[in-house]
Ligand binder design. Structure first.
Ligand SMILES: Cc1cc2nc3c(=O)[nH]c(=O)nc-3n(C[C@H](O)[C@H](O)[C@H](O)COP(=O)(O)OP(=O)(O)OC[C@H]3O[C@@H](n4cnc5c(N)ncnc54)[C@H](O)[C@@H]3O)c2cc1C
Length: 383
């Protein structure tokens, strides 16, 4: 498409101090961090979708630091130091997100906590619970808490029955997990950013950028060219389009939500199964949101296509029927998918690629928790 830009447009709309590619949680957090520090800085966010179209508006809204089986698996693969660093980072990220946006605005519900459901193949988690709790008490966030010795606690058999689940061998609980309303979180963040004077262009897909002297020239698919002193790229799994390093793998996450059930749920809170590969929660008092199952079909789920598949949706329904809502009728109201990005060492990529171009991508499926901190770290690289 030819696009003849006017002098006025160029003067007022297309020149910035900082341009950010990607209007997800990280792009917005980066912009807010920067303008909170430098009030007069001119920032634009370029988002290709009318709504953010990656993971930030599609996720499950778990404000969590990892379930016991997930943390034990992380310790095995990446070491305890990694676990300590990322539990701390997730909790601090959530603390900052809440402070920035306000508890009520994001419907942050802290009273239920988080649970891990243990099935026969995960009984090792119970055996290693003491060791895990010993490690977790070293996390600085927990240091002054009265229950720091028992971040995760076993639930008695009697109490497990009250949840109404079936095929569950044991359950663990932590009070340090919360749930939020993903849509309200992102909407509040958009409004906050706009209030601070950040320009957000939606439907603006960046297809090329290049350095010209001290500036960065950024083109969109509509042939609109922005000029900026700095370019910060926060487009998560879609960063592959700009990089030939091949160090990021996309990971699709599929989810569904039930229609309102006839009676209220006998459980509230966030629930994790199988090293975090499955997760469910209440939404309100009588709906269940359930997601995961990427491990069933890793190859097909390594994609940036925002679609759902039968194999995963059927397994999610099976889990709902056999474990979560046995003997209860339910209907599915909506199904959707979002795209995460993973790295081999399970660490986000936050780096300078030149003196005035930076990247913060690949949040390894924990962006609600660490996204705010990742934005802060990206800003720290330059300002
Ligand atoms: C189903 C699901 C459940 C999840 N549940 C949780 C959870 O409970 N707790 C948790 O902590 N994390 C969870 N996550 C992970 C979390 O949502 C992500 O880590 C986080 O949202 C990543 O934010 P981001 O800003 O880096 O990426 P994104 O939200 O993907 O944002 C990137 C943006 O860049 C835009 N973009 C891409 N290319 C371009 C381009 N060329 N030009 C302009 N714009 C572009 C995209 O449209 C997108 O809006 C979940 C993810 C999924 C998919």
């Amino acid at each position: 498409m030819k696009n003849l830009i006017s002098f006025w447009e160029k003067e007022s709309f297309l020149q910035f101090d900082v341009v950010i590619v990607g209007g997800g949680l990280v792009g917005l957090s980066t912009a807010c961090e920067l303008i909170e520090r430098e009030k007069n800085i001119k920032i634009a966010i370029l988002e290709r979708g009318i709504l953010p179209t990656g993971a930030s508006t599609k996720n499950a809204g778990f404000a969590c630091f990892g379930s016991p089986s997930e943390l034990l698996s992380d310790a095995k693969n990446y070491g305890w130091e990694y676990v300590l660093t990322f539990v701390e980072k997730r909790l601090r990220g959530l603390e900052k997100l809440e402070k920035r946006l306000g508890t009520k605005n994001i419907d942050l519900e802290k009273s239920y906590g988080g649970y891990e459901i243990i099935q026969p193949t995960q009984l090792y988690v119970i055996e290693q619970l003491n060791e895990l709790n010993q490690i977790l008490k070293k996390v600085p966030f927990f240091e002054n808490l009265p229950n720091k010795n028992n971040i995760y606690q076993s639930i008695t058999k009697e109490n497990i029955k009250k949840f109404g689940f079936e095929n569950v061998n044991a359950m663990l609980h932590t009070p340090h997990e919360a749930q939020l309303h993903t849509g309200n979180m992102m909407k509040t963040l958009y409004l906050y950013a706009q209030k601070l004077g950040i320009s957000i262009f939606t439907g603006a897909e960046v297809n090329h950028f290049e350095q010209q002297n001290q500036k960065v020239i950024i083109n969109t698919t509509q042939n609109i060219t922005f000029t900026s002193n700095y370019l910060l790229i926060t487009n998560n799994s879609f960063y592959q389009q700009f990089s030939n390093k091949n160090n990021i793998k996309a990971g699709r996450g599929q989810v569904f939500i039930t229609k309102e059930l006839e009676k209220n749920l006998s459980f509230m809170g966030n629930f994790h199964l199988e090293e975090g590969f499955y997760y469910f929660r209440n939404v309100g008092k009588n709906r269940v949101l359930l997601g995961g199952g990427r491990n069933l079909d890793f190859e097909k789920e390594t994609t940036t296509d925002i679609e759902i598949t039968d194999i995963i949706q059927n397994e999610l329904e099976k889990k709902l029927k056999e474990i979560i809502l046995p003997n209860q009728n339910f209907e599915i109201e909506m199904r959707w998918a979002g795209i995460m990005a993973f790295t081999d060492n399970h660490q986000p990529i936050i780096e300078k690629i030149s003196e005035n171009i930076g990247v913060a991508v690949a949040l390894n499926g924990m962006g609600v928790a660490i996204g705010t901190k990742v934005g802060e770290e990206l800003v720290n690289l330059f300002f």
